[in-house]
Design a protein around this ligand. Structure first.
Ligand SMILES: Nc1ncnc2c1ncn2[C@@H]1O[C@H](COP(=O)(O)OP(=O)(O)OP(=O)(O)O)[C@@H](O)[C@H]1O
Length: 286
């Protein structure tokens, strides 16, 4: 499912002394099946932008199209759009509220009016995808660890079978193992089910490792929109925006500055390893 944003501007508290233009003339298109990373300094407009993707916010100016259809058009039901474009907020576990994990995950499918057996199969499938077993079905979400709660919250969105999954900092506050597991599960969803994924993250490592395309927001504008290898070449400009690049990209830059012939377009540990082995294979001493 594709999303197209045309000349989108959004102003908070318009016409009051607190007026704030959070997005200014944003145009972009995300195609079916893409895995896109959205990065930007705090306050650059990422959260405001993603809430336009599923119609939670209405543009002050401009249009949002999902699968070619203007979502604020007369005949469009926004509840349908929100099922197709699933949004997992930051710290989504704060929104868990049912007595049991099973009930919490079934909330969305029940609201969609699905019958009991369809709800049941969706809940089980969603919990399976996020790596939670039957043992947790009847537990209170509040008995679970932080990482497990996060998984329950993500399962609640997956149970609606969205075509597009938007995740705002899904690994914030998790330990390294929990982070990797959740990101691997998201990657699997993308690779195996062909879901379009939009990942908001402050971790350049995660972004460099998983996404095919990076959109960089800066003060309500799109500053870059390109493949990670291209975007991470703009080290100085990203740093000026309060961002950075993956550690291995810094390492490659340093080696290049010292006269070694390595590719500056390295963004993952695996690529850095291969590049260094290639260099050592040529008999270069570090
Ligand atoms: N409810 C609001 N009322 C007024 N201004 C707001 C509101 N929410 C956000 N803003 C402002 O809009 C701008 C964009 O904020 P937004 O939350 O979209 O940024 P962000 O990139 O998602 O930040 P973060 O990384 O901290 O989540 C900021 O200047 C912010 O202060």
């Amino acid at each position: 499912m594709s999303i197209k944003i045309e000349n989108l501007s959004y102003v908070y508290s318009e016409g009051t002394p607190f007026e704030k233009k959070a997005l200014d003339g944003v145009t972009l298109e995300i195609d079916n099946g893409e895995f896109v990373g959205l990065i930007g300094h705090t306050g650059s407009g990422k959260s405001t932008l993603i809430q336009h993707f599923n119609g939670l916010f209405k543009p002050s100016e401009g249009n949002v199209y999902v699968q070619g259809e203007d979502i604020h058009g007369e005949d469009v039901k926004l509840s349908d759009i929100r099922q197709k474009v699933g949004l997992v907020f930051q710290y989504p576990e704060h929104q868990l509220f049912e007595m049991t994990v099973y009930k919490d995950v079934s909330f969305g499918p029940v609201n969609m009016g699905l019958n009991a057996s369809e709800v049941d199969s969706r809940v089980k499938e969603a919990l399976h995808i996020v790596g939670l077993s039957e043992e947790v079905y009847e537990k209170s979400p509040f008995e679970l660890s932080g990482g497990q709660k996060r998984r329950v919250a993500i399962a609640g969105v997956l149970a609606m079978k969205p075509d597009v999954l938007i995740l705002d900092e899904p690994t914030a506050g998790l330990d390294p193992r929990g982070r990797d597991e959740i990101l691997e599960e998201i990657k699997k969803l993308h690779d195996e089910l062909g879901i379009t994924v939009i990942l908001v993250s402050h971790s350049m490592e995660d972004i460099g490792k998983y996404v095919d395309r990076i959109i960089v927001m800066d003060r309500g504008h799109i500053k870059y929109d390109d493949a990670p290898k291209k975007v991470f070449q703009h080290i100085e400009s990203l740093e000026k925006m309060g961002l950075g690049v993956p550690q291995v990209t810094y390492l490659m830059r340093e080696l290049t500055d010292k006269g070694y012939h390595v590719s500056p377009e390295v963004t993952t540990i695996k690529e850095a390893y291969d590049e260094l082995m290639k260099m050592l294979g040529k008999g270069v001493n570090l």
